[in-house]
Unconditional design. Structure first.
Length: 382
């Protein structure tokens, strides 16, 4: 019969066929795996985009509602201490709630604001925080907490005619309300180019909203990762944005409603307490009224622990109060000066990724999708 003449496959031919089939199946399985990984990466990026959109909108709403730039706190921070740690300033500034003579919460509250005067050098060269010009305390106030309202006083010269009468022009023992008092229309620049902390104040609502960048070790990071500022290694870091909100009160020198002889209830905001939704560590001055200090545990994370804020910077302008600095030189005239005659704004650069808690759930754990945005917000407290 005809089928008796048909040749069967040899062992060698079967082996070749098996090899080809195995290679083909391996390629198909690898392709399926790559498709699955690519699908996972696409889903991760879509999810990150959704997270970025949601939280960036939340962040912009917070900034938009926060008001305008808080020059008082930037002055307080610059005067006191600007050392940084973990992405933000290391030491709490006490938010303008300055105590007595630099000693917080002593039994006496004799110190109020210090006043500036020209002496050998006109104010405007070094202002009156150090030894360039003098203040009515006769000492340098550098490195000390500043009371709320002190930055505005840097624009006043209580010896504007620069004479030798010890700035008591009429000799009545009071240095203010004399004819040599001058609003010089200029003050210190207190905002640098890139900030890790954004200070906003809404003077209409008498509220403050502060934001800062913070970085810590990611508890779910692999052992081979490292979070080190000194080494510049961030693979094991977990970043976030923290928020602190406060409310302004008129409680005087002692920040108390009892000691009315210290300026309480005179119509001037001088005390900042935590917003009712926040918990602060300062002394209570009344039930549910606790002094804000700016300590770490008063700040609340804005993002969940599934999101890693890899970096954020705030570029805020102008660097001095534009409503007070009416006599400052314009940059268009002198390039060594920064013009203050612009409306306050903040430019935000934000980079987001996933934390290791989220990345460990992925098929490809080494995949680290990252998205960055840059946006600008015009500021107003109206």
């Amino acid at each position: 019969m005809r089928f008796l003449n048909k040749k069967w496959f040899t062992i060698f031919e079967l082996s070749i066929g098996i090899v080809i089939f195995s290679a083909l199946m391996a390629a198909i399985l690898a392709s399926l795996e790559y498709v699955s990984i690519a699908r996972q990466k696409s889903e991760n990026r879509i999810h990150l985009l959704e997270e970025l959109y949601f939280f960036s909108e939340q962040l912009l709403d917070v900034i938009g509602d926060g008001g305008t730039l808080d020059y008082e706190e930037y002055w307080n921070r610059m005067a006191y201490n600007t050392a940084t740690e973990s992405g933000h300033y290391m030491l709490p500034s006490w938010i303008g709630n300055y105590g007595s003579g630099g000693v917080l919460w002593s039994n006496s509250y004799g110190e109020w604001h210090y006043l500036c005067r020209s002496n050998v050098i006109r104010m405007g060269t070094g202002w009156c925080i150090g030894t360039w010009s003098l203040n009515d305390k006769g000492v340098s106030m550098s490195g000390t907490f500043q009371r709320y309202g002190e930055y505005a006083l840097q624009y006043m010269d209580y010896n504007g005619n620069n004479d030798g009468d010890q700035w008591d022009e009429d000799g009545n023992g009071n240095i203010v309300w004399d004819e040599d008092d001058r609003d010089i229309g200029d003050g210190p620049e207190v905002i640098s180019w890139a900030l890790n902390e954004l200070y906003l104040i809404n003077e209409t609502e008498k509220t403050r909203t502060y934001l800062r960048f913070t970085v810590k070790n990611d508890p779910n990071a692999p052992v081979w990762t490292l979070c080190s500022f000194s080494w510049g290694e961030w693979t094991g870091c977990l970043g976030n944005i923290q928020i602190l909100r406060m409310r302004g009160l008129d409680r005087g020198l002692s920040h108390s409603w009892i000691l009315t002889n210290t300026g309480a209830f005179d119509g001037i905001i001088d005390t900042w307490i935590c917003h009712p939704d926040w918990k602060c560590s300062g002394p209570p001055i009344w039930p549910n009224e606790v002094i804000a200090t700016g300590s770490g545990w008063e700040w609340v994370d804005l993002f969940p622990d599934t999101i890693n804020v890899k970096n954020i910077s705030f570029v805020a302008k102008p660097s001095k109060n534009p409503w007070r600095a009416w006599s400052a030189e314009d940059k268009a005239i002198n390039p060594n000066f920064v013009t203050p005659f612009i409306h306050p704004y903040v430019k935000i650069k934000l980079t987001l990724g996933f934390s290791w808690a989220k990345r460990n759930l992925q098929i490809q754990k080494t995949d680290d999708p990252t998205i960055s945005i840059v946006t600008t917000v015009n500021l107003s407290d109206l």
